[in-house]
Write a protein of this length. Structure first.
Length: 290
């Protein structure tokens, strides 16, 4: 959960700002390409923000500084999208989203308050079938494990959506106990967000040193889960639904702990290539800065 400022706005760390910068870079490239396609076959292209947030969060390291959140990054992108759909479960945040209508009167903005799994599947997916000759860019930016694998599957099945997902590695790791394999409810929870859980058995092993009592079942425990491994596992899962998936980039906080993996999944090879270029540049700059 994020910390809230005295006006109820989110307070976000440096890494969240970096995530937003990566999003803005990709949106620019996407919109230029899609706008070009409108000269031939494409009828319209949309931006969908399934976890819209508090619009102008404040920077953690300087709370006087406001940052443009993901809806603003999209609305500022040129050329413009044909429509913007913003979803958030929080009524307080949706009030802020409503204000964007006055700020951007020329943009077609649709807003829904609710669980994005439901809104995406019931309202958005039916509006962008393949026959509609439309495309949508869907940003999935939950705090934790709020995006169901079924929703990702439905988005992929449209063949009209690209998804840009900030997947919570921390959310997964926290669910997995160190000293014993997880209970069935946890396995179910992970299956709901990742599709498969075959990988869980691989990470629980008996201790290397054999027990003195040969007839005793050795207790299974897990090593530290490598973030790169978990991120590539999720990317691999995405590859079962989308033919082109970028290399995930790991988002780290100020103490270098990995929190999320940001990844693009698309039906178009150019989309994954552009994202890989943007992520590679970001990784290079991060290495220079550290
Ligand atoms: C990380 S914040 C989004 C930040 C925003 N994308 C940005 O970059 O400016 C996550 C948001 O998801 C919302 N949320 C949490 N669970 C949700 C759900 N099931 N459906 C829709 N929104 C949800 C929260 O209210 C919060 O505003």
């Amino acid at each position: 959960m994020s910390r809230l400022g005295n006006e109820g706005e989110d307070i976000i760390g440096r890494w969240s700002e970096e995530k937003l910068d990566l999003l803005a870079k990709y949106l620019k490239a996407y919109s230029v390409i899609m706008n070009e396609q409108k000269k031939s076959w494409l009828r319209a292209y949309y931006y969908v923000d399934a976890f819209a947030g508090s619009i102008r969060p404040r920077a953690k390291e300087d709370e006087q500084r406001y940052i443009d959140g993901s809806p603003l990054r999209a609305l500022q992108t040129e050329p413009k999208f044909d429509a913007y759909w913003f979803i958030d479960i929080s009524p307080r945040r949706i009030e802020r989203v409503q204000e964007l209508r006055q700020e951007f009167p020329d943009c077609a903005i649709e807003i829904r308050q609710g669980n994005s799994n439901k809104v995406l599947c019931d309202e958005i997916v039916p509006r962008i079938p393949y026959t509609s000759k439309t495309r949508a860019f869907v940003f999935l930016d939950p705090y934790g494990l709020q995006i169901d694998w079924e929703t990702v599957k439905e988005l992929a099945n449209t063949k009209t959506c690209d998804i840009f997902i900030n997947f919570s590695l921390m959310g997964v790791t926290r669910l997995l106990p160190r000293d014993q394999p997880p209970e069935s409810e946890i396995i179910e929870q992970l299956s709901k967000v990742m599709g498969s859980t075959n990988w869980i058995d691989q990470i629980y092993q008996p201790p290397v040193q054999l027990s003195l009592f040969a007839d005793q079942e050795p207790a299974l425990s897990r090593e530290t889960i490598r973030s790169e491994w978990l991120a590539s596992l999720y990317a691999q899962q995405l590859r079962s639904l989308f033919p082109h998936v970028s290399k995930p980039v790991l988002m780290k906080n100020s103490t270098n702990s990995v929190l999320y993996a940001l990844c693009l999944a698309s039906h178009n090879p150019t989309a994954a290539k552009i994202t890989n270029d943007i992520f590679a540049r970001y990784e290079r700059l991060r290495q220079l800065g550290s």
